[in-house]
Design a protein around this ligand. Sequence first.
Ligand code: NAD
Length: 519
Amino acid sequence: QLLRIPTKVNPAWCSSSSYSSSSVSTTKLFIDGKFAESRSNEWIDIHNPATNEVVGRVPKATKSEMETALAACTKSFRSCSETSVLSRQQIFLRYQQLIKDNLKEVAKIITLEQGKTLADAEGDVFRGLQVVEHACSVTSLMLGETLPSITKDMDTYTYRLPLGVCAGIAPFNFPAMIPLWMFPMAMVCGNTFLMKPSERVPGALMFLAKLLQDAGAPDGTLNIIHGQHEAVNFICDQPDIKAISFVGSNQAGEYIYERGSRNGKRVQSNMGAKNHGVVMPDANKENTLNQLVGAAFGAAGQRCMALSTAILVGEAQKWLPELVERAKNLRVNAGDQPGADLGPLISHQAKERVCQLIESGAKEGASLLLDGRKIKVQGYENGNFVGPTILAKVKPSMTCYKEEIFGPVLVVLEADNLDEAIEMVNRNPYGNGTAIFTTNGATARKYSHLVDVGQVGVNVPIPVPLPMFSFTGSRSSFRGDTNFYGKQGVQFYTQLKTITSQWKEEDATVARPAVVMPT
Ligand code: NAD
């Protein structure tokens, strides 16, 4: 067992439990600049997915703790809205360096609580770090617009201003990257932030909060509460919260979008996916098969941009045996073990669900070419492992096609030509990501233009845009109208104020009241 949250010398955000005799450390709340033990009597166990050992506990924050956290956000907004944009930029310049300096340490916590391999966990932190780096260009991103001399002596200009208190609700699969999509963009724009991480993986965010404090963020500008439904309802209902960023499943995301919007808040909700990789027969076979396998099974398929569905077009259908061979060669192991390509699923329940979906595919007539359900990982017999699994001859009517599996399972469909493949992808309700593999530019262009999916890769299996762009999933993968990070992120966390002013050199007297609209 390489990884453990230290129990003797605890970091600031965890402590040995005081509410029970167990030596398992507990995750604190982060309120008004202090890491504070919750007084809750409801706690959730955090498991190492590779062993199912309990490695920590997280509280369901009490109502009064949530209120105190929100009050800290509200109070600090009043003072921090007076701070200069340059001082906020300086905090995030220091923050990006601190994240770089501690990247490997944050990654270890991710592997412990989430299960992904250490290399992949480092990527998780790194992709979040890129958003922080981008946030440092706030002085350009927050510029307003000006139009001088719209009439004599009159100018119009806009300010881009923060909203107030914003909140974030995050999923388990990217414990660092997804919170980093949220609070840095919001805070650099001058908002304060209430964050609720996934109750299954709170450690990385707590570490990141400590680093933000070390970077100089004033007390109360970022506050963290823990919990599940009650914490989510609190965020949706409190009038002081002006905007909610959510990432997670459709079940939670649609609910939060509706409840938050009904209460007059801005909500952006990034949700589930079923991403198709269309393989044309003219594609570079070697690259395509490697990319497909990496993108389907990496992170045990627990990525919203995992390429979980392949459509083999025409002659490319003959590549299936080689695809299976490559998938077989992947090494399944605990995330901290050298050479591991994929780790376990997040929970025992997630494993059960994935296995049932594999079973449903086989029962509904798909060919189970590779079955990872019985995999044994030596030394980790209690872990939630599922090996790479391939279901071929899948039809759109099958449950394994209709549902997001979120496990290391590639479902393979067939199409006779590009048009048929495009139609198939467009009929699927999700629109998060897709990729086409081809060496023909015209084919790639046609696909990119006709496919109704928000993020398209051409020979790029996981086309997650860098933060100078935005994360633009569409259709059932997104609710809201303004996306995460990039220019859209700044738009989401700010509002415009438009000022029209007239300054005459000489104070000419207005002769009569103006009773008609000026033209
Ligand atoms: P989840 O919806 O179970 O949990 C996300 C958050 O919502 C957690 O903080 C959780 O406490 C809360 N929550 C869970 N159920 C709730 C409910 N019924 N009511 C209110 N709140 C609830 O998601 P997850 O299992 O942590 O993450 C996996 C899902 O996230 C997948 O569907 C994946 O596709 C999606 N995801 C999407 C993106 C994207 O950008 N589109 C990125 C990452 C993950």
